[in-house]
Design a protein around this ligand. Structure first.
Ligand code: ASP
Ligand code: CP
Length: 312
């Protein structure tokens, strides 16, 4: 019987997986699983966030995260206000800090923020009166992505404990890799990192994770392979040769065969064809469970907003 005991959840914000206990992670996944089932109903909507207004602030580009937070909030009965950062008065010289003070004075019930500055969500959380949810900050953390990845793995294998997960690609610049490393090790999974040396961090956020510079060794015995896009927008003093990257790390059926026979492939998206993943691999829904990840993104964000902003 999956526990839905909300008393284990003690957070006021979600800025990172680093703050969550295994019980809190399980609770979020259990509530999300419940929402995922209920969303199979046509036009599912409930009133958990009825009367609430959620403010979304995206200081970096996004397709999946932004849309799924909005859909999740609306499915929970909330209204959503999106500040268009590109046309805001930040362009007139107002500081980020004064912008946050201003928005807080309008009394949103929750703030969802993506920002290119490290720790920006914590900075905001310390200055506002409502829950703040991190939708990705610099290369630090992307907690709801790791939660939706975990939900997808758990739905497929029935557990996280004991799974072997190989994360392949730009580990050095990826918040998704960081949040996944933390979540998966907290939940008893084994993580391996696979990257060319220039894209492997000098120090990993979780100590003692095995690191590999080739897919043959790095994918051995993997139940799950997760590819991570080269985060070119964040690279400084690093150049990668796209053709060499694709040859050595681009995911193909041949490379996936180094993992277990029944291994699944995940990617947070956006995935770049013929750099990160072959066309044939991207189009093989029997192995690549990307669309389930995207659907689970809504359920996970509903669970997080339910816990933080809805019923306490
Ligand atoms: N969309 C994810 C992120 O924002 C992964 C990526 O962009 O590669 O971190
Ligand atoms: N996976 C993810 O965060 O996608 P977006 O950058 O499109 O939001």
């Amino acid at each position: 019987m999956k526990t839905l005991d909300r008393t284990v959840f003690t957070q006021n914000h979600l800025v990172g997986i680093s703050d969550l206990s295994p019980d809190e992670i399980s609770l979020i996944l259990n509530i999300a699983d419940d929402y995922a089932g209920r969303m199979k109903e046509h036009k599912f909507k409930c009133d958990v966030l009825k009367g609430a207004i959620i403010l979304t602030l995206f200081f970096e580009d996004s397709t999946r995260t932004r849309v799924s937070f909005e859909m999740a909030a609306k499915r929970l009965g909330a209204d959503v206000v999106t500040m268009d950062v590109r046309t805001s008065s930040l362009n007139k010289g107002e500081t980020f800090s004064d912008t946050i003070v201003t928005l807080n004075a309008m009394k949103p019930d929750g703030i969802v923020i993506r920002h290119n500055e490290y720790n920006a969500p914590s900075y905001v959380a310390n200055r506002v009166d409502c829950p703040v949810i991190n939708a990705g900050d610099s290369y630090r953390e992307h907690p709801t992505q790791a939660l939706l990845d975990a939900l997808t793995m758990r739905q497929h294998f029935g557990k996280l404990d004991g799974l072997s997960v190989s994360i392949v690609g730009d580990i050095a610049h990826s918040r998704v890799a960081n949040s996944n490393m933390m979540l998966l090790t907290k939940m008893g999974a084994k993580v391996k990192l696979v990257a060319p040396s220039v894209l492997m961090p000098e120090k990993t956020v979780v100590p003692n994770i095995p690191c590999f510079d080739n897919v043959k060794d790095g994918l051995k015995d993997a139940d799950v392979v997760m590819t991570i896009r080269p985060q070119k927008e964040r690279m400084q003093n690093v150049m990668i040769d796209d053709a060499a990257y694709y040859r050595d790390f681009g995911m193909t059926h041949e490379k996936l065969a180094y993992a277990k026979k029944e291994a699944i492939l995940l990617d947070p998206g956006p995935y770049i064809r013929n750099l990160q993943i072959s066309d044939a691999m991207a189009d093989d829904a029997t192995r690549f469970h990307y669309t389930q990840q995207v659907s689970n993104g809504i359920a996970v964000r509903m669970a997080v907003m339910d816990l933080l902003i809805g019923r306490k």
